[in-house]
Design a protein around this ligand. Sequence first.
Ligand code: NAP
Length: 483
Amino acid sequence: MVSRVIPVDTFDLVIFGGTGDLARRKILPGLYRRFTGGQMPPDSRIIAAARSEMDDAAYRAQVRAALEEFVPAGKRDEGGISAFLERIHYVAIDATGTSGWADLKKMMRPDVVRAFYFSVAPSLFGALAERLHENGIAGPQSRIVVEKPFGRDLESARALNRVLALHFAEEQIYRIDHYLGKETVQNLMAVRFANILFEPLWKAQYIDHVQITVAETVGVGGRGAYYDTSGAMRDMVQNHLMQLLCLIAMEPPYHFDPNAVRDEKLKVIRALDPVPPEDIVRGQYLAGGGQESYVDHAGNPRSRTESYIALKVHIANWRWKGTPFYLRTGKRLRARASEIAITFREPPHSIFDDAEDWRENVLVIRLQPDEGINLKVMIKEPGPGGMRLTQVPLDMSFAEALGPDGEDIPDAYERLIMDVIRGNQTLFMRGDEVEAAWAWADPIIAAWERRGDRPKTYEPGTSGPEDALMLMHRDGRRWREIR
Ligand code: NAP
């Protein structure tokens, strides 16, 4: 299968924080792949901005080093890198000061798409928006891309929305959640809404429960001090897991259009029930495998911040009443794996004798490591021996199904940046969505802070605290293995 590359309009993309970790690891390698993939028009430019003084040549040397580190050797070549570097410029700017803004203004071209990627600390988002506006660098057609975290509670998210709204219309603001840029996540929508097969069954009547897992093997390491002010609920559940939940639970939008999709997601968030304490398990990893414990990483022996959380969530609407969504995410777990598993109910009546061999149908959407979709169905066990049942997977790994092109599935960041240039906000969070998600998360966090709950400890390399198993067991269910 040959993938179609649809070029975007010529653009000037300014990356504030162009010397930072995210720019080096994700944004620049992603843009390089789009460039060599033929999607970036040849006269488009990338303008990096940060406070350090340097010229284009010095910055290009940094970009080259980043590409050599983060683009696999087989996916880059000297010709491609040299041509890409020619598209790159650097300007020294202080987001909170006055220096550099006139230089940037001079560099911007009329009549091309202008996009500004805020890949800096969130405390600088407001200052950047203000200066872009005041210096007449961003006009009504410009777009800004805002990184996570978008606030740490409802109040701060509202304040950030307000300050951005002073200078930019909602149609110009692209709040990034890179989970939405993943191929499988978009495929979830294709599976649901481009097939007649699943949608009639997509409701509490036929779905027993849903599990959403985002497991990481890494700890918080050097980011410990920052992470300790956040925790798994704020860092992962309120945004990434919430977005996945919305895509599973939302009603069919009338069109695959940014506001139609986001309206439906918002309705799901607003329908979420409060989560009682007994439906939440929080954890902190212990030392092990040559690594320090969470509290050591955090530099705070009395820390009550969670590096793991599991919770049972109910959606109070007609479609989902009676179908729990179990969410879990954590660090230093057994494997790096993200998946959504939708477990269907038993058939109403079994005509087969060996009913004990029966297993539920499960639709698994894997986000990583190997993106794909897998449906577990019951069939007859092959061969003689009577009518015995067995479960087999109907497997669709994208890398296999799409052939060699499947291996070149664009990374989430590169896809999302191209969407910004196209002016397509479907895979970005709208301001009211983010606020609604905080409005749900805030009282849950406030309740455990008020009670002074201590997270349970868990051994690294496991699937998390024992109590998380009980969250499922007491409902007669079990978590899928993290592999
Ligand atoms: P970082 O490595 O600390 O980089 C920060 C960048 O901002 C540097 O280029 C820095 O360069 C620049 N900067 C700092 N103060 C500035 C100022 N006053 N004016 C202009 N530029 C300034 O941070 P990062 O990890 O790349 O993260 C950037 C953003 O992405 C943050 O919002 C973060 O939460 C988000 N994010 C990061 C990751 C990741 O994997 N790294 C993942 C998800 C989200 P100078 O010091 O030279 O100015």
